[in-house]
Ligand binder design. Structure first.
Ligand code: GLN
Length: 189
């Protein structure tokens, strides 16, 4: 669990409830001890700065490139995207996910909203998705695929091999299916 910033405690609680041995990752040695990673929601520009300051950015990029299962929610999805639009000056991402993501894509009128999403990979019932100053996936590259779209067609959940990303926050709704999906990737890897 990347624990530099954001709502990592909520994710840790979900992972623990599923029987995973979830540990906070703030340093390279902690990253080296885990088999999978969740990058939480929060503020991607701050997470970017902290990850570089703590010497974690390069080890994280190497872990992603080596095929470690990683799930990014909201700011975490931004961190994983190869390209980010509406970033702040100098903001970098870890990359690896063949996506173009736009930060704060829903504008100030619709800062936060909730909706139900049908996601065939997760089965019934639909996922109740909570969006908080959320990014949207503007384009899905050849290596990645969409798992969920809004009614207007905008992509809000994606997968690429061992990478998983959602614009929304399953860690706060009690729906554990995305975390289970990640843990299955960890078991399979
Ligand atoms: N707007 C935030 C960002 O750009 C993401 C918000 C969130 O993670 N809930 O990083």
């Amino acid at each position: 669990m990347l624990a530099l910033q954001g709502d990592f405690r909520e994710h840790m609680a979900v992972l623990a409830s599923l029987g995973a041995d979830a540990v906070p990752v703030k340093r390279p040695a902690e990253l080296a001890s885990v088999d999978g990673l969740v990058i939480p929601g929060g503020e991607s520009s701050v997470m970017d700065k902290l990850s570089r300051m703590f010497g974690l950015a390069d080890p994280l990029k190497a872990a992603i490139a080596s095929g470690m299962p990683v799930y990014g929610t909201c700011a975490g999805l931004i961190m994983l995207a190869d390209t980010v639009l509406d970033a702040i000056e100098g903001q970098q991402t870890l990359g690896g996910f063949d996506l173009v993501v736009r930060r704060n894509a829903f504008g100030s009128q619709l800062d936060s909203f909730e909706t139900d999403l049908a996601i065939p990979e997760l089965g019934d019932p639909p996922v109740h998705a909570v969006f908080i100053r959320a990014p949207v996936v503007e384009s899905v590259g050849e290596s990645a695929r969409a798992l969920a779209t809004l009614d207007d067609g905008r992509v809000v959940a994606v997968e690429q091999g061992n990478l998983l990303g959602t614009s929304f926050h399953p860690e706060i709704t009690g729906d554990t299916r995305f975390h289970e999906y990640l843990l299955q990737k960890v078991r399979d890897s």
